[in-house]
Design a protein around this ligand. Structure first.
Ligand code: NZQ
Ligand code: ZN
Length: 386
């Protein structure tokens, strides 16, 4: 195992009526001025807004609304939120939504306390923000597990870059499966596939010999695969939904990463694809993963072979390691088709004339990946995905 330090700052409230039961006590610890952040309005249609506003009012809070946070949140939106927070003397941010809202607020919370541009501060000066407006998250769309970490993925349209920015950890996260029941099924599936991808990206890092984190990871992957199938069979199955929500959190709460240097090369490629096309994150990963993994096969054969058996429950009888590794990639591809995710960029309406070379040339190359990809080979991967 690599050396590690582990501590965990986020209080998690999971289960039915988690907001009603726990938000009042959390709000009692915060100042009066609350920024209520949300997306395009789904929370107004499903009753979540009314329930939370009732709790905020009962706690005597003065609420400023920060609305319209889009999927793949932009740097401009972050700046809008930071301005609102400063102008209104915000003491506490309540982020309500999927990862886009949750990520956007992580950076708002830091930018509002920083008197310089946070992108330049992190990328040019290599600084790390140290002061934040405290925050809580109410998760209404699951998959990324973003409520569990302090990394945000932000699209800087001017710089044509979708990249990580480091912000605050949430003080608490509220995970009530009932709040997610109105998610469109396509979003449920692409979100859950993202959780599977996070688990695989963590597993595929180094060291390449299996450790305790990897064995917990194998169980997480098996669980996600089974519960995606159960959710598709019965979208009202709240047990399956609950498992998927917690699996998403498990993939990002640091436990699977203990003692590992993670891979995340597929994610870095997908993020740049997102910067150029604004595509759905989980769908982009679904198209890229099998193609990228076929390119990684020689270097990752041992880990793929083990995943075939432990995550995909493929019998090893009569198969050598390479055959098992190929069986893993085949199972992953078949699963992506089975659950209705796209298998090509064409199915995602990504135009043929997208500047794939620029995407390959600007993708972050990761240290933990089994294969050291060249930009030329990343371009090959992208072209094969068309
Ligand atoms: O905006 P509203 O109207 O709320 O609608 C949203 C949005 O259209 C809708 N939605 C959310 N909860 C709902 C609901 N609709 C009905 N009922 C509900 N209960 O869902 C749509 C998608 O939301 P979004 O937050 O964009 O999706 P997701 O959670 O998949 O987040 C995607 C973003 O996360 C980034 C991605 O790159 C992308 O920008 N990621 C962040 C990570 C992190 N911070 O750890 C890791 C990931 O790898 C990922 O890169
Ligand atoms: Zn992801």
């Amino acid at each position: 195992m690599e050396s590690f330090t582990y501590s965990y700052p986020v209080m998690v409230y999971f289960g039915e009526k988690a907001a009603v039961k726990n938000l009042p006590a959390e709000l009692a610890k915060t100042g009066e001025n609350v920024l209520l952040a949300y997306g395009g309005g789904s929370i107004k249609k499903n009753g979540v807004y009314d329930e939370l506003m009732g709790i905020l009012k009962a706690a005597g809070k003065k609420v400023t609304e920060f609305t319209g946070i889009m999927s793949n949140p932009t740097y401009e939106k972050v700046q809008e939120g930071a301005r609102l927070a400063k102008e209104n003397g915000i003491d506490f941010i309540l982020a309500v939504g999927g990862c886009s809202v949750i990520d956007c607020c992580k950076v708002v919370s830091a930018q509002a306390k920083l008197d310089k541009d946070i992108w330049d501060f992190e990328y040019t000066e290599h600084g790390a923000p140290a002061e934040f407006i405290p925050m809580g998250a109410v998760v209404t769309a699951f998959g990324t597990g973003a409520e569990m970490n302090n990394g945000a993925v932000i699209t800087n349209e001017e710089k044509k870059s979708k990249s990580p920015l480091w912000g605050a950890f949430y003080d608490f996260a509220i995970l009530d499966p009932a709040y997610t029941m109105t998610m469109p099924m396509q979003q449920v599936i692409s979100g859950a596939f993202d959780s599977l991808s996070h688990s695989m990206e963590t597993y595929m890092g180094s060291p390449r010999e299996v450790n305790l984190s990897d064995e917990i990871n194998e169980a997480t992957q098996r669980n996600i695969i089974r519960n995606i199938r159960n959710t598709l069979k019965n979208p009202e199955d709240i047990q399956a939904r609950s498992e998927l929500i917690w699996a998403a959190a498990m993939a990002e709460n640091g436990i699977l990463k203990i003692g590992k240097v993670t891979d995340f090369q597929c994610h870095m490629l997908e993020h740049q694809l997102g910067a150029y096309t604004d595509c759905n994150h989980g769908q982009g990963l679904a198209v890229l993963h099998p193609v990228l993994y076929r390119h990684m096969l020689p270097e990752a054969v041992h880990q793929f072979a083990r995943l075939a058996v432990e995550a995909w429950e493929i019998s090893s009888d009569g198969k050598n390691e390479e055959e098992l590794a190929k069986a893993f990639i085949d199972a992953l591809s078949a699963f992506i088709r089975e659950i209705g995710l796209p298998t090509s960029f064409a199915q995602m309406n990504i135009p043929e004339d997208t500047d794939f070379k620029a995407i390959a040339d600007t993708t972050i190359l990761t240290g933990g990946c089994a294969k050291k990809f060249s930009r030329e080979e990343l371009l090959e991967v992208l072209l094969e995905c068309r």
